[in-house]
Design a protein around this ligand. Sequence first.
Ligand code: SF4
Ligand code: SF4
Length: 68
Amino acid sequence: MAKNWYPIIDHDKCIQCYQCVNFCKHDVYTIGDGGYPLVINPLSCVEFCRGCQKICDNDAISYFGDNK
Ligand code: SF4
Ligand code: SF4
């Protein structure tokens, strides 16, 4: 779906709670080495969706493709 929109995790802010991983229904994430959410299927991310960003309590998610 979205070639130019997918989440980027700020490891300095992420507390590895996995709310984002559990929230996304599109299998964008897995848990990577080091325990941080890892984007493995960026093409499955829904363009302009901000669901995981909204659910993150630590403001650790931004988006590739977000120009604001
Ligand atoms: S919801 Fe935020 S703090 Fe929790 S794992 Fe995802 S990016 Fe990290
Ligand atoms: S922006 Fe939406 S579709 Fe993309 S990873 Fe987050 S919750 Fe999933």
